[in-house]
Design a binder for this molecule. Structure first.
Ligand code: HEC
Length: 158
């Protein structure tokens, strides 16, 4: 069998390996959190139809935008998850559609690990969720939400 890789192909393969390694480079704390994340994913899994919670991709973006440091990100999210209130919530779109999340009163040590994972993970854009949301909004006769989710699909899923 001939196995001739050009220099460019070798270079690309090395880059791909490097970037895929980097994408998964979670801290030890986050790795422990990842193992506990199924407790959240039962509702936050983006492929669920109907959705029981907002996909973490968007939750993470909102917390990034609304916090100034990793420490503040973790503190605010842990505080919300332990005891969700309308005042603390920043995901107004999910809140409007799904209602307030039930409290998950886990020990701080556990919540810190889970939230560190949510902060560090590179979640793929929730394309299944948006497709489902567009269909459901159209069925309900809600063109405004259908347009909004269609925009996200066009922007992140093509
Ligand atoms: C029973 C379903 C359910 C479970 C389990 C669940 N969530 Fe949620 N979550 C929701 C719903 C519904 C919302 C959207 C409404 C809201 O923001 O309160 C939400 C919203 C959130 C938000 C956004 C809050 C904001 O500022 O508006 C965060 C952060 C979050 N969840 C984290 C978690 C974490 C971390 C876990 C696991 C420890 C978890 N959730 C488990 C249903 C759930």
């Amino acid at each position: 069998m001939k196995y001739n890789m050009s220099k460019a192909q070798v270079f690309l393969a090395v880059c791909a390996a490097f970037f895929s390694f980097n994408a998964n480079a979670l801290s030890p704390e986050a790795l422990e959190g990842k193992a506990l994340f199924p407790a959240c994913d039962v509702c936050h899994n983006q492929a669920q139809d109907p959705a029981l919670g907002p996909p973490m991709w968007g939750v993470q973006r909102r917390y990034r935008k609304n916090t100034g440091s990793d420490a503040e990100f973790i503190e605010r999210m842990v505080s919300f998850v332990k005891a969700p209130t309308m005042e603390k919530a920043i995901h107004d779109q999910a809140l409007g559609q799904l209602g307030l999340m039930p409290p998950m009163p886990l020990p701080d040590e556990i919540l810190n690990k889970i939230v560190t994972y949510v902060m560090e993970e590179q979640f793929p854009p929730p394309c299944d969720h948006w497709k489902m949301a567009v269909r459901r909004a159209e069925e309900k006769g809600d063109p405004e939400h259908a347009r909004k989710d269609k925009r996200q699909l066009d922007r992140f899923c093509n």
